[in-house]
Design a protein around this ligand. Structure first.
Ligand code: AMP
Length: 216
């Protein structure tokens, strides 16, 4: 299965992508995670990406496309992949189509997780992640059972992402509207758009996504 998950920051793409990897046994490829790893490792690419990420702007297409080209050619992506956070604009979507045509593995669907703006703000400002096992919580909607402690691995290393403050979030949502939302029309024109309502329990959303993907 080769799909792109589309949706605003906070729509639940990352969480749903994680669940789907378990169900379909294919990797989740997140350019945000790849970029954050490069920033933490202090690589040259990370240094080039850092300022744009902290401001909630898009990192330049050449950095992201280089990273994706390399990642899609890793052996674990042969069976398929779930792209999360990529493409983020039309140039990236067209480049992805060209790359996948070269690899003879065309995309099967762009799946949009639809969520309204106010809920996105709460989801983003409340988000907490575990540094040790990557479990994601939300202080408004799904806090850990004991404050500050990961339910899954017991770590006390729960952190709030540097780009999850209100100003950066506002900017990320604007960037989504202007650069990324046009991809909805792009995949619609290719007859590849699938849409699910992103409000509800994680299970319900996950089931709605699976129902769409099982039709592919
Ligand atoms: P995310 O975790 O997907 O929300 O990404 C966090 C940040 O990384 C974004 O706000 C951008 O600065 C950068 N980023 C992630 N994916 C891309 C992409 N496909 N193109 C450009 N910048 C990206």
């Amino acid at each position: 299965m080769r799909i792109v998950l589309l949706g605003a920051p906070g729509s639940g793409k990352g969480t749903q992508a994680q669940r789907l990897t378990g169900i379909y046994n294919i990797p989740q490829i997140s350019t945000g995670d790849l970029l954050r790893a490069a920033v933490s490792a202090g690589t040259e690419l990370g240094l080039r990406a850092k300022a744009a990420m902290e401001a909630g702007e898009l990192v330049s297409d050449d950095i992201v496309l280089g990273m994706i080209r390399e990642r899609l050619q890793q052996p674990d992506a042969v069976k398929g992949f779930i792209l999360d956070g990529f493409p983020r604009n039309l140039v990236q979507a067209e480049s992805l189509d060209a790359l996948l045509a070269e690899l003879e593995q065309p995309l099967q669907a762009g799946l949009l997780i639809d969520v309204d703006h106010d809920i996105l703000m709460k989801r983003l400002t409340g988000r907490l992640s575990c540094k040790d096992c990557a479990t994601v919580y939300n202080r408004y909607f799904s806090p850990p059972r004991q404050e500050g402690v990961c339910d899954n691995c017991g770590s006390t290393n729960l952190y709030h992402r540097a780009d999850d403050n209100e100003e950066t979030i506002g900017n990320r949502l604007k960037v989504y509207e202007s650069s990324t939302a046009p991809l909805i029309g792009y995949y619609q024109n290719q007859n590849k758009l699938k849409r699910v309502n992103g409000i509800g329990s994680m299970e319900d959303i996950s089931n709605a996504i699976q129902a769409e993907l099982d039709k592919l």
